[in-house]
Design a protein around this ligand. Structure first.
Ligand SMILES: [Zn+2]
Length: 314
């Protein structure tokens, strides 16, 4: 099948699925925040490149590994303070706002985000918490740059101005709940998931995967928005979702929709999956800011015009 007709077919199917979907599960990545003023990680001039220059690393990604963090906590944290400042200045984009509208419409089962910028919350969505808010619509799978956590007692709280001041002066933040050591520790850390994070259980609750399985098994539409599938974490979530849908024998009825302006995203995820003939994927070439507001629009009918950017025109 030629690419042009495949795209047309995907759009028609997506349009009909969007109209009837009542339990939508959304996974989002950095593309959701692309127009919000947040630096991306892997693009030119992005966080990896900045970290590489600032710390003279062979690869800027190293700064975001647990082994670097545990050895160079003070330097890594001063870098995270800058990301935090950027997140404070950033504003939710049309994609975030559309998700918030979907959240109140009752059609959004859950929004799982790989982003740490807290912008979904800024747009008005509430964050899921296994103890305090089990109805929360957004699950921050990799934590939040706005929060710090104690890996001794689990105390979690928002980062304050005083905290950032301490970190900027290369000092650590003692835990106010359990700090008792002679050296002033234990200390708190940013609640963001690092590569090979040895303290990952303090960043993401073990209950997240159970919740995700429950949501996915009941979903009638699964969207992957602004995720490039360059990271192993995102492809592993994708494979889990496929397995859960297969277990329910619903993988042919519930398409996984990859929404991204670049067709590299689909290529990356296909490369990472075996048994590709078993996959039911719709590729929608468009940005989160273009596509999510369309889904959120209650008045949308089958006659809605899809913007040109969603067609395959590369
Ligand atoms: Zn503590």
């Amino acid at each position: 099948m030629c690419r042009e007709s495949q795209s047309k077919e995907s759009m028609d199917l997506f349009r009909s699925k969007m109209v009837e979907a009542k339990r939508i599960v959304v996974f989002s990545g950095s593309g959701l925040s692309a127009t919000s003023g947040m630096s991306t990680f892997s693009t030119q001039g992005g966080l990896y490149e900045q970290a590489k220059k600032q710390f003279k690393l062979s690869d800027g990604k190293l700064l975001f590994t647990y082994s670097f963090y545990s050895k160079h906590k003070v330097q890594a944290e001063s870098f995270f303070v800058e990301i935090h400042k950027e997140a404070l200045r950033a504003s939710p984009g049309p994609g975030h706002k559309a998700l918030a509208v979907l959240g109140t419409s009752g059609r959004l089962a859950r929004h799982y985000t790989l982003n740490i910028d807290g912008l979904a919350t800024k747009a008005g969505m509430d964050v899921w918490d296994p103890e305090d808010n089990t109805h929360g619509k957004t699950v921050e799978m990799h934590g939040s740059i706005h929060e710090i956590v104690c890996t001794e007692c689990g105390e979690t709280r928002l980062l304050t101005y005083d905290d950032t001041d301490l970190l900027s002066r290369h000092q650590s933040i003692p835990c106010s709940s359990c700090s008792s050591r002679d050296d002033g520790g234990p200390y708190m850390r940013f609640k963001v998931m690092l590569y090979d994070d040895m303290e990952g259980e303090y960043i993401t609750s073990d209950d997240v995967l159970d919740l995700m399985e429950e949501d996915v098994k009941k979903a009638d539409l699964v969207l992957w928005v602004g995720i490039s599938f360059q990271q192993s974490a995102s492809t592993s979530y994708f494979r889990k979702v496929r397995r859960w849908l297969q277990e329910e024998a619903r993988h042919h009825d519930v398409p996984q929709v990859v929404i991204n302006p670049s067709d590299d995203a689909l290529w990356n995820v296909l490369t990472a999956c075996s048994n590709q003939q078993e996959l039911n994927i719709l590729e929608i070439l468009g940005t989160a800011d273009d596509i999510l507001p369309m889904i959120a629009d209650h008045k949308m009918s089958t006659s809605v015009t899809i913007p040109d950017s969603t067609h395959s025109n590369k």
